[in-house]
Design a protein. Sequence first.
Length: 377
Amino acid sequence: MQLRTSLLAAAAMAVMSGAVMAQDVQVVKIGSVAPLSGAQAHYGKDNENGVRMAVDDLNKQNIVIGGKKIKWEMQSEDDAADPKQGTAAAQKLCDAKVNGVVGHLNSGTTIPASKVYNDCGIPHVTGAATNPDLTKPGYKTTYRIIANDGSLGAGLAYYAADALKLKKVAVIDDRTAYGQGVADIFERTAKAKGMQVVDRQFTTDKATDFMAILTAIKSKAPDAIFFGGMDPQAGPMLRQMGQLGMNNVKYFGGDGVCTQKLAELAAGAKTVSNVVCADGGVSIQKMPGGAAWMKRYEAAFPKQFQLYSPYTYDAAMLLADAMKRANSVDPKVYTPKLIESNYKGVTSTIQFEPNGELKNPSITLSVYKDGKKTPLN
């Protein structure tokens, strides 16, 4: 009888212990938002892959925060590169009470979404949106871990004037917050460097026919064209430049055009060899953890790499690092720790200015050799 009682007591203890252990596991959700549909889906999938990889790595670390083992999960949303869908996705993540957000890709979606996250008290970190206006409201929930357009647009203008000695440029933008913003900075810097801006045209982020714009620009005989926009437009534009005989015109663009996919979208046009583009940070080969990380990425997501996934990976890891330092997954508790970050990531050592901008950002200029993106610096 005594043995049976002991066995029953032991069984009860085991059940109770199991219940306690189950209660000691806490799910922490990291939101990921990017365009997973439409012409920019290749960027969005790459961004999502970076977050997914981070979540997988975090789960292997058996992290305990606030006395509870953390199970990390990603909640992914598609904003289709559309501002309205972007704010809807942000609200959905707020309603789901995710613990933090990585996103968005486009400045046009990130800027309005940042107010939604601020209002619901959830921090978000973007490794892709570059318009300087993002951090101007001073939200304590907004962080950027990549160089902004002030660095990208100006850097390209300096290179055009100082290294290439170009005199006349035309500027095109896609009227998005990103495209118009980076084009404005390029134009302003180019003029300050003594270059003549012979034409300013605009298109949309859905257009594919640029013959009228390019014909008008061709008549002004520019040395170069700067395009503020993304690669689904840059590719066809380069192809059409070739069709118009604009084979000696340099083509500048920010990180939106600076992708692995650009040459493919240009259908092998010779004008791709005239591209000079800039993206934030150093090249993947020069990132502190870039080579090893890239090997793992390719094993997990073959031939899907575009540009921003190392940054979205670091963004997710940065959120987790702040939670660990705060010993809390509650956004209200750990958000103040983000501004104090000194996180050694794949892309760089991440520290912030008081407004949430990355300290000491760098940029990389690239060209395309035999259709392959090749860093200049």
